[in-house]
Write a protein that binds this ligand. Structure first.
Ligand code: ZN
Length: 231
């Protein structure tokens, strides 16, 4: 390789190393943040499931009490008819029919409430299970970050220092174009395969590639601006 291309290549490798360490750190932090959010959402879902269960229980208690009172009323009314103690037979008959209808209605509602209690209980169990999983995932994510954090900082410091050294070895004329490639998040070194740049697929003039291979010159791809490797 042309000595200038060697310098560019060294700098690019140092930058790839820095980028990969930063990306690793970002991934670990993003995993922790996502786990924290999932945990928060799971707490909200658990609280909501608990509220549904509590409300259904309360509704069931009210219904039960009401049912008990109408059963008593129905039985008392029936006794009045059976033992002939009713002062107004027709009115008592109407009252009995009324009580029987209400007891029937409350019993039907009671059965529906039992179904809803089952569903709410299952809902709470599922929400608690999801919460336990979310808590475990958050712990694991925090541990993964904690286990790598210190060494990652050491690695990054070393990688930045190494980058500084190779930056100092880059001939001045390449500094601005190289920095521009980095700013635009472009690949600084590109391969040529079958006459085309492997990054942007633009055709590379054979003369250019030839000069790169003969170490006579440093050339960039006209499409993406990456420095051509001899292949
Ligand atoms: Zn290209």
């Amino acid at each position: 390789m042309h000595p200038d291309l060697v310098a560019i290549s060294n700098l690019w490798q140092a930058d790839v190393r820095v980028d990969s360490l930063r990306a690793e750190h970002e991934r670990l932090v993003a995993t922790v943040n996502a786990a924290i959010q999932t945990h928060k959402d799971a707490v909200v879902a658990r609280d909501a499931a608990k509220a549904v269960l509590d409300a259904t229980k309360a509704e069931e208690r009210v219904n039960s009490r009401e049912l008990d009172s109408y059963v008593q009323k129905r039985d008392a009314t029936k006794r009045m008819i059976d033992d002939g103690s009713s002062p107004n037979y027709a009115a008592t008959e109407r009252q009995l029919a009324n009580c029987i209808a209400l007891v029937d209605e409350l019993e039907t509602k009671g059965l529906d409430l039992l179904d809803r209690l089952d569903a709410a209980t299952a809902g709470l169990a599922a929400a608690e299970k999801a919460l336990a999983t979310a808590e475990a995932d958050e712990r694991a994510a925090r541990q993964a970050l904690g286990a790598r954090d210190a060494s990652l900082r050491v690695d990054l410091t070393a990688a930045l220092r190494a980058r500084e050294v190779v930056w100092g070895e880059l001939p001045f004329d390449y500094q601005t174009p190289y920095s521009e490639l980095r700013r635009r998040k472009r690949v600084a070194l590109v391969n040529v395969e079958e006459g085309n740049c492997t990054v942007c697929h633009m055709r590379v003039a054979p003369q250019k590639l030839n000069e790169v291979q003969m170490k006579r010159a440093v050339h960039t791809c006209v499409g993406c601006g990456g420095y051509l490797l001899p292949g």
